[in-house]
Design a protein around this ligand. Sequence first.
Ligand SMILES: Nc1ncnc2c1ncn2[C@@H]1O[C@H](COP(=O)(O)OP(=O)(O)OP(=O)(O)O)[C@@H](O)[C@H]1O
Ligand SMILES: [Mg+2]
Length: 252
Amino acid sequence: MAEPFFSVRGLRKRFGTAEVLHGVDLELARGDVLALIGPSGSGKTTLLRSLDFLEKADAGVMHFDGENIPMPEADGARIRSFRRRTAFVFQNYNLFLNRTALENVTEGLICVHGMKKADAESLARGLLERVGLAGHEDKYPSELSGGQQQRVAIARALAPDPKLMFLDEPTSALDPGHRGELIRLLSGIAAEGRTMIIVTHDLVFASRMSNKTALLIDGNLVEAGPTAAVFSPDFRPADPRTSAYLASYHQS
Ligand SMILES: Nc1ncnc2c1ncn2[C@@H]1O[C@H](COP(=O)(O)OP(=O)(O)OP(=O)(O)O)[C@@H](O)[C@H]1O
Ligand SMILES: [Mg+2]
């Protein structure tokens, strides 16, 4: 059988003596949008960070884009090569505060990808326009709203044309009115065939945004399947804790 575009097998992560991820398996086809949901403290952020090598996994093998990567052994060159094809949008956006919106988007293109400044600026202007920030190019993060800063972070993530994007709690700082806007923006990005893993505790967002959903409880992926099935009232969970977790969605 053909290898999936992205998979991990047996991902384990410990902090000190406490194991937080107990052997996670995931599989995504190209273009999948996976919502990774679960209660607070279940290990969602740790999983996402481990997948991008921001945390060093204690065990696990990744397959990405035709390449097998034993995760604990991945060295700097492997990680840089992986990161050139992927992007991470942090919960707090991690913008450079002393750089304008435009510079935030061009910085990586110039410094990491070796692009000429003029080319990087022209690409960045197009991306800022696409995320609805035309006219804000020269503003510093402190002069932008939270939602606008997030869109700079998304433009910056898109700039190197990543095949796989990781997003941690993209709705957490947005009021509900902006959720629809974000869904439209990210759906457009997904429609380009980009694969995404989105950590969220926002079940409405997860149900609208993703085609696959995985539920993490206490460091174990207890459910995984098509989003329509997981959020269906007829869903038959594999784990007894799932119904209680999904109850708030069905009651809303
Ligand atoms: N750097 C760290 N050092 C030690 N323990 C950590 C570290 N990061 C996370 N943990 C622990 O790992 C567990 C999972 O945390 P994580 O942040 O991954 O959860 P989460 O599912 O993202 O939660 P939330 O929904 O609140 O963001 C928690 O018990 C947390 O205390
Ligand atoms: Mg988290």
